[in-house]
Unconditional design. Structure first.
Length: 300
């Protein structure tokens, strides 16, 4: 038990150290907030890192227009609770202005369209560092990230051109127009996140807990039935007891059959599963390098 507590304490200390480094090296940092458990953890750690002062980071949420309603409700309550500054970029605005083209068809998703809105908001807000909740255990492309991940003036990431971080010395030097993505919880695992959230009793959206929901099954993945998904012939709507392991755009975020109705039950489930949490993300299945391709273009 002591090892478990010490392990989480070390992860917490490392993340808080990274956040304080960001505050000291950059003029206008922002936390990329999706409404999922990792961005909630990031926000909680930021509150802890700078308490009793106000969190020196704005929260930036890119709203696809296809969010789970529960996510938006939770986001607004969190912002009010901690007195945070919130900036929301709307994908729908970019579509209406003809800046991006919405996908059509049964597999259409706005997930990829977030890239333009994200980069636009970073430029408009003059944010020089964007803190994300990416973890190295999530996906092979994210395993390549450093804590401080340089982005060029076009917001693009070059996995072959990253700076060494020996002894946790971070180099935030950049040229005009460039910025950094920073990943304070890089070394956490999904299980670490849940154990820490349980230990700290951090409130979470109801989506993470077992509930009954109307779903469809597509390519072996359960998707929450919603007005934004164009159903294929033969795709019937049925009810299942499910929960989310990740939270994103409703059109591509899979839900999982689960009876886990408490954090402790989720911990037990995560500890025994052999399926990764992003295994239900339809956007990751478009190609073998789907995540890395999106990251190179400016994705989270």
């Amino acid at each position: 038990m002591n090892y478990h507590i010490n392990h989480l304490k070390e992860l917490e200390s490392e993340s808080i150290f990274v956040m304080r480094e960001v505050a000291s090296q950059f003029q206008n940092p922002v936390i990329l907030f999706s409404g999922g458990k990792d961005s909630i953890l990031m926000t909680y750690l930021a509150v802890k890192a700078f308490y009793p002062a106000k969190v020196p980071f704005t929260l930036l949420h890119v709203d696809t227009g296809h969010n789970f309603p529960e996510t938006l409700t939770f986001r607004d309550k969190l912002v009010e609770k901690y007195g945070l500054n919130l900036t929301v970029g709307y994908v729908q605005d970019a579509i209406d202005k003809g800046l991006v083209t919405e996908e059509k068809g049964t597999n259409a998703s706005r997930n990829g369209l977030q890239i333009f809105t994200l980069l636009d908001e970073i430029e408009k807000g003059k944010f020089d560092a964007a803190l994300g909740g990416g973890r190295r255990d999530e996906e092979k492309a994210r395993a390549k990230e450093r804590f401080f991940s340089h982005r060029d003036e076009f917001g693009q990431w070059d996995p072959k051109n990253q700076r060494p971080e020996l002894w946790n010395l971070f180099n935030g030097r950049k040229n005009l127009g460039e910025h950094f993505r920073v990943f304070p919880i890089s070394n956490w695992t999904e299980l670490d996140v849940w154990q820490y959230l349980a230990q700290e009793q951090v409130p979470l959206p109801s989506l993470y807990f077992s509930h009954r929901r109307k779903v469809i099954e597509r390519d072996g993945v359960l998707l929450a039935d919603n007005e934004h998904i164009l159903k294929k012939p033969g795709e019937d709507v049925f009810e299942e007891v499910v929960r989310c392991r990740t939270i994103g755009d409703m059109t591509c975020t899979g839900v999982w059959r689960s009876s886990a109705a408490s954090v402790q039950e989720i911990i037990a489930e995560v500890a025994t599963t052999r399926l990764t949490e992003r295994g239900g993300r339809a956007d990751d299945k478009r190609s073998e390098t789907a995540m890395e391709d999106r990251k190179k273009e400016g994705y989270f």
